[in-house]
Design a protein around this ligand. Structure first.
Ligand SMILES: [Zn+2]
Length: 283
């Protein structure tokens, strides 16, 4: 029952309906909204939602209840099936961005130009976890990591911006550079807040300048240990560029086949990773 309550808190009823294009206006009370009923053929708005109580009631068809009851009725599912259906909603429903942005008044040309929509008119970032890339608090790009079978990495066709989370990372006296944002997330979670990411294995001139903004600060490069040596080659290239700019670069050797993310998923601890850092060697 605790899970059910948690689920209802996580997905507020009003938000759930609005994401499915339910158009509502505020009714009498502060938390009351009214619109056409999605459950029956309604011509006058008779479907009321109380956003504080997280409940709905339709004066037309007389049906009411909570989010789970709504899903049962709308999707014609059992209680148990409705719970499973909602639990899959940790993510936004895929493929709806174009419709959503069009409804907000953005033209298709603009969405194509920005790169949110592909030439076939579909969402480019469908089935991806999105990380906003910020520069001085402004979002300059989006990184989308695939959670399906599509190519893992996608950025908008524009500059990827500076080093990730640079404003908080630059204050540390040593830095860890990783390839991907999942590597960064897992290291942050393990307490390595001095980790940054260039998104990929190449540094832009602006990113190299960021590393150079302080002297005597070593950079640990913790890239993928690929079977085809791609990650190892990339770490050597970056180490040599950093050294060329007067920065001490150390190459971290993870167990074969691992990147920081997979290493922690396989059970490594912060102490294991610290040991890898201690073993890191210059070029
Ligand atoms: Zn109704």
């Amino acid at each position: 029952m605790q899970d059910v309550e948690h689920l209802k808190q996580r997905i507020p009823l009003l938000e759930y309906l609005q994401q499915r294009n339910w158009i509502a206006r505020r009714a009498a009370g502060e938390h009351e909204f009214v619109g056409l009923c999605p459950l029956h053929h309604d011509t006058h708005p008779s479907f009321y939602v109380n956003s504080r109580k997280n409940l709905f009631y339709c004066h037309g068809c007389g049906r009411g209840g909570d989010l789970i009851r709504f899903v049962e009725l709308f999707e014609r599912l059992s209680f148990r099936q409705s719970l499973a259906f909602l639990q899959r909603q940790g993510y936004a429903p895929g493929g709806n961005l174009r419709r959503h942005l069009a409804a907000l008044g953005y033209s298709l040309d603009l969405l194509l130009h920005i790169g949110l929509i592909n030439p076939q008119g579909r969402d480019w970032f469908c089935r991806r976890v999105i990380f906003p890339c910020r520069e001085s608090r402004q979002i300059v790009n989006l990184y989308g990591r695939s959670i399906g079978s599509a190519f893992p990495h996608r950025l908008l066709p524009r500059s990827k911006g500076g080093l990730f989370a640079w404003e908080s990372v630059s204050q540390f006296s040593t830095l860890i550079l990783v390839e991907g944002l999942f590597d960064l997330a897992v290291l942050w979670q393990a307490g390595f807040r001095n980790t940054t990411c260039a998104i990929g294995t190449q540094l832009t001139p602006a990113q190299l300048a960021q590393f150079s903004d302080q002297s005597g600060r070593p950079v640990y490069i913790a890239f993928d240990q690929d079977d085809n040596q791609a990650g190892q080659k990339a770490s050597h290239q970056i180490a040599s560029r950093l050294q060329g700019a007067g920065i001490r670069a150390l190459i971290v050797q993870l167990p074969a086949g691992h990147d920081p993310n997979s290493y922690f998923l396989a059970g490594a601890t912060a102490a294991d990773f610290t040991h890898c850092l201690q073993q890191a060697r210059p070029l």
